[in-house]
Design a protein. Structure first.
Length: 206
């Protein structure tokens, strides 16, 4: 079935932000709990939402670590870029009339300091950030809020992400999930309806 509405995650899906995430996480944990983890030790964290990772490593000080981590993430924005061919694909989808949205764990402030500067930003009709709802992925309610804003038919809506949390969010919301293989760190445990090997593969489904 062709999809008329496609909703995206940002980190690991639209943008290659792994270097910046690892940099901010490492420095935040060092500042908060005094432990210097290697990037290899932290690499598995890319498969989970940041708040879950911080709870795992920093325990009851995870909110403090999150606050510090935001500062380090902003320092590392030069390490973040759109994945290859993502810009062209988003422009082509938009030109075809596909309605595009975003559900992200980023805050509005983080979005405003980074993603809004990309040329593809105006292509997205609705964007749900972490601070737009009291619920967060894998809870389906942020995604359901985005779908409601579109007045979209769930059967013709696809959510694209790179993690188990994204997959759970989509399926609990009752829509199909497309795996962004280019940013996925661990696909073995992820239930997916559409496997995308490159951004251009999306054009086959609209």
């Amino acid at each position: 079935m062709p999809y008329s509405t496609i909703i995206f995650d940002i980190d690991g899906t639209l943008t290659d932000s792994a270097p910046a995430i690892l940099y901010s996480l490492r420095n935040a944990l060092l500042a908060t709990i005094g432990k210097d983890y290697s990037y290899e030790e932290l690499h598995s964290a890319l498969a989970a939402p940041s708040y879950i990772t911080l709870q795992k490593f920093a325990g009851d000080r995870w909110k403090e670590a999150a606050h510090i981590g935001q500062t380090y993430y902003m320092e590392a924005l030069n390490k973040v870029s759109l994945f290859p061919n993502m810009e062209k694909t988003i422009f082509n989808l938009h030109k075809k009339g596909t309605r595009l949205g975003i559900v992200t764990s980023k805050t509005r402030i983080q979005l405003g300091r980074s993603f809004v500067n990309y040329s593809i930003y105006p292509c997205f009709e609705h964007i749900i950030c972490e601070d737009d709802t009291p619920f967060h992925k894998p809870d389906p309610r942020p995604l359901l809020e985005c779908i409601n804003r579109f007045h979209a038919n769930p059967t013709s809506t696809l959510f694209i992400g790179d993690t188990f949390s994204d997959s759970e969010c989509a399926h609990h919301a009752g829509i199909d999930f497309g795996l962004a293989s280019w940013g996925c760190q661990d696909s073995a445990s992820i239930k997916t309806d559409v496997v995308l090997n490159s951004p251009e593969d999306l054009l086959k489904y609209v």
